[in-house]
Design a protein around this ligand. Structure first.
Ligand code: PMP
Ligand code: GLN
Length: 363
């Protein structure tokens, strides 16, 4: 959809990335690191200064103590952390439970390892997990459950009730968790991010994935990290070492400095909530029907009052005829299930959002 938007000169609200630049101070820090000669390989697990601030942030936000020496690894974006975590524990014929709509990077990694994807379809508008159905999917071959909160594409968040159910389900079983928390700071209306790190029973078996690309508005840096208990991180690093060995050094320096100031992430809920509210208020005037948006930088809408086209066709027409690109959510279902829902990314300037709304109210 990004390619189509570029080809047609449309406003691109499809792929999730900001259309504004990152803070100047952050770029200055990268350039300082380069000037000072930090241009060679970083340590395999990441710069210790960065791992230390990640540990401090995780403790402050979620009350969980992780050892930067043995339990934190800096990765090439959240994507590499996801692939590496999956390949660390999934063996041929192991089953992995995935909730759909699901971010597109999970299932292929499971299959690459010879694993079997067991997916549970969630439905709009609320996309809540039915934990009784999860119980029925579990077998003695279930190796991992993949969670994502705040969620891409649905913008829902796990609640305490979900956590209680999850704990009761896995307590007596040997199941690992991959928790994709790349939108941990994009949370609205005073909600709590239910990180796995908050719960000892979950933390002990979880790989938690984060993305500094999301946190610092620099998706092109491909910088992220994984935190996990030492017994899992030891195995994770055996793969990480031979997949990438280490991640770009100057960006790690910049991130380590920048993360020291908690204001550099504490402002994010307010920053994105303002964008969400502005965009939603604009769309209220359109024929699209808004779905809830609890977290992330995505807003989903029903278009069934406008058209009964397939979502994959509708987004192409929307781009061609109205000049706004979106993502069809059927792309996040393995069976291509079409609920007439499309996803917009609102990590855009007010000007872009206003222009997009002007066009969308004509649809
Ligand atoms: N998980 C989810 C749910 C995402 O939306 C993204 C960003 N596209 C990622 C992981 C990957 O993050 P990164 O860009 O840091 O690789
Ligand atoms: N996570 C972003 C999205 O869902 C983009 C990443 C990608 O295109 N692979 O839009």
């Amino acid at each position: 959809m990004s390619a189509l938007a570029a080809e047609l000169g449309a406003i691109n609200l499809s792929q999730g990335f900001p259309d504004y630049d990152c803070p100047a101070e952050l770029k200055e820090l990268v350039s300082q690191a380069m000037q000072q000669g930090y241009n060679q390989y970083a340590p395999m697990a990441g710069l210790m200064s960065l791992r230390e601030v990640i540990a401090a942030k995780t403790e402050k936000l979620y009350g969980a103590v992780y050892d930067p020496e043995t339990e934190i690894t800096v990765t090439a974006g959240g994507t590499q952390a996801i692939y590496t975590a999956i390949s660390t524990v999934v063996n041929p014929n192991d089953e992995v439970i995935i909730f759909e709509p699901a971010y597109d990077a999970y299932a292929p990694a499971v299959r690459m390892m010879g694993g079997l994807v067991k997916s549970l379809q969630l439905e709009p508008p609320d996309y809540r997990i039915n934990w009784e159905m999860v119980k029925r999917l579990i077998t003695n071959r279930t190796r991992m459950i993949i969670l994502n909160s705040p969620h891409n594409p649905t913008a829902t968040m796990l609640r305490k009730e979900d956590i209680d159910q999850l704990i009761s389900i896995i307590n007596s079983r040997d199941i690992f968790i991959l928790s994709d928390e790349v939108y941990e700071h994009l949370i609205f209306d005073g909600r709590t991010h239910e990180s796995m790190a908050r719960y000892a029973e979950l933390r002990d078996r979880s790989f938690i994935v984060a993305s500094l690309g999301k946190t610092f508005h620099v998706t092109g840096w491909k910088l992220g990290y994984c935190i996990a208990p030492a017994y899992l991180m030891r195995e994770f690093r055996k793969i990480h070492q031979f997949l990438v060995f280490s991640v770009n050094t100057p960006m790690q320096f910049a991130a380590a400095e920048y993360l020291k100031n908690e204001e550099h992430y504490n402002y994010l809920p307010g920053f994105f909530q303002q964008k969400r509210d502005h965009f939603r208020a604009g769309l209220e005037q359109s024929r699209f029907k808004l779905l809830p948006c609890e977290g992330s930088y995505f807003q989903s809408v029903f278009y069934d009052a406008i058209s009964d086209e397939k979502d994959t066709d509708f987004v192409v027409r929307l781009t061609r005829e109205f000049g706004v690109a979106a993502i069809p959510t059927s792309a996040f279902y393995s069976k291509g299930t079409d609920f007439k829902v499309i996803r917009f990314c609102f990590a855009k300037t007010q000007e872009t959002l206003d222009k997009a709304v002007d066009r969308l109210i004509k649809v």
